[in-house]
Design a protein around this ligand. Structure first.
Ligand code: SF4
Length: 454
């Protein structure tokens, strides 16, 4: 007896499915995510403490998709049992009432329900097909965003190695090369994927920076060759590149009818250049103007990572780009940062939470959007999330410590760039004695090979 198939038999609406289930997610039937080191998870949130379902470098794509690990997850989810891979969604639902699982049900439940209905009790699903792919071919990126690390950005490698010398391991990996190739033989993978391409509804490119990845261009060219240009092509891109070797991305996008590019842009001007290090703000705006004029059918949205550093200024970015006509008022979706925990907006002191919530709500008023719109939900969810736990002063101290270390490494002063965080800088910035203590501890840890300094 499976709770989910029973529910589907009642012709439940997607709203009912969201309200009456705890763990069911259609993505277990129609989607997979390959990380920058080749590991496979149900989706990009599906990592955390959970083990990967497989690795594309040692196992075939088909073996993973139909294999025992995927079956086990489908079996559990059919009974609406929670699985470790999806903990992030369960936590977000608990704290804010909304999660990516809800979004996945809204967008994909209708097309997945036949696959779900023919799934056997042991999780074997003969009809399950990946119609939505998220493959991160490598960690190649041209930026060193403060909240990122070498695992997702090759450009971070140098800084993470220098930080390891100081006993700080948060931003590093075990790899001794800057570029971590997720898929050893990406051409072979693209060949194997060809048989699935005609079923595909959506392909999502993220990174690293997808517009820097050769494989992304090969896949687009393959889709053009196969005349599969109505597949929904979706990106998260930092919008810092519009030409790769001799290919202008707008020339390829002109072939596709349905392209959505979510700009991973968190704030504007010098703040953006500090937060996503190596950003040149004037270039980002030039690229936005170019995309808008050459490919007006491409929808560009803003997909910022909401954290302490951009909480005050993210809405101003949205306002500027709405006024320039580059983004529609409802094309903003917030990714609420969870890690690194010290940048999480939940750490804000109460009076700053209130201040930030007022800015966000004022912006919603300015946008004039209705409650069913994504931007309305995204902002209200963020406020609920932010207020769901009390301020964490230790995390604020940790944030200031990391900010100071990065400033020293990069020759910056983040405190001047973000004056709106004056209260935090004044109350939690590490005094010199603390810095000395941390440095001595780091040297001791390094000497005795004790691992990360916490
Ligand atoms: S429940 Fe959440 S984490 Fe799990 S696959 Fe769905 S969207 Fe991803």
């Amino acid at each position: 007896m499976n709770k989910i198939t029973d529910l589907i038999k009642t012709n439940a609406s997607t709203k009912d499915v969201i309200e009456k289930t705890n763990s069911y997610c259609p993505w277990l039937w129609n989607h997979l995510h390959v990380t920058t080191n080749g590991q496979v998870f149900p989706c990009c949130l599906g990592g955390g403490e959970a083990s990967p379902i497989g690795n594309i470098n040692n196992e075939s794509f088909d073996d993973i998709w139909t294999g025992p690990e995927f079956k086990k997850l489908r079996k559990a989810v059919l009974q609406d049992k929670k699985i470790p891979h999806c903990k992030t969604c369960y936590t977000k639902e608990q704290q804010s009432g909304f999660s990516l699982r809800h979004d996945a049900i809204t967008k994909f439940h209708e097309s997945a329900k036949d696959m779900v209905m023919t799934t056997q009790d042991d999780g074997t699903s003969p009809d399950a097909k990946p119609v939505y792919l998220d493959i991160r071919f490598s960690n190649i990126c041209n930026m060193r965003c403060k909240m990122c690390g070498h695992y997702s950005s090759s450009k971070w490698f140098g800084d993470s190695e220098k930080l390891k010398e100081k006993g700080i391991y948060n931003y590093g990996t075990n790899s001794d090369t800057a570029i971590i190739k997720g898929i050893e033989d990406s051409d072979a993978l693209l060949d194997r994927l060809e048989e699935y391409l005609p079923h595909m509804q959506e392909i999502y490119f993220a990174g690293g920076e997808p517009l820097f990845m050769e494989q992304h261009y090969k896949l687009l060219n393959k889709l053009i060759e196969l005349k599969l240009t109505d597949i929904h092509i979706r990106y998260n891109s930092n919008l810092s590149i519009v030409k790769f070797k001799k290919t202008k991305i707008v020339d390829l996008w002109k072939h596709f009818s349905n392209v959505y590019c979510a700009g991973s842009i968190d704030t504007y001007g010098t703040r953006a250049e500090n937060l996503r290090k190596d950003t040149v703000w004037s270039e980002i705006e030039t690229h936005m103007a170019l995309i808008h004029s050459e490919t007006p059918h491409v929808i560009v949205g803003i997909s910022p990572t909401i954290q302490i550093l951009n909480a005050h200024s993210v809405c101003e970015l949205n306002r500027q780009w709405v006024e320039k006509g580059w983004v529609r008022p409802d094309e903003m979706f917030w990714n609420i940062l969870i890690d690194p925990k010290f940048y999480n907006v939940q750490n804000f002191p109460d009076h700053m939470k209130q201040e930030v919530a007022e800015i966000w709500l004022d912006h919603l008023n300015w946008l004039g959007v209705r409650p069913h719109k994504t931007v309305y939900k995204t902002i209200h969810t963020a406020i609920k999330w932010m207020n769901s736990v009390p301020c964490n002063e230790n995390r604020l101290r940790e944030m200031c410590y990391h900010t100071k270390i990065l400033d020293q490494l990069r020759g910056e002063d983040t405190r001047c760039t973000f004056p709106e965080l004056k209260y935090i800088w004044e109350n939690y910035w590490p005094p010199r004695s603390e810095e000395l203590r941390s440095s001595v501890l780091a040297q001791i840890c390094k000497f005795f090979s004790l691992g990360p300094l916490r």
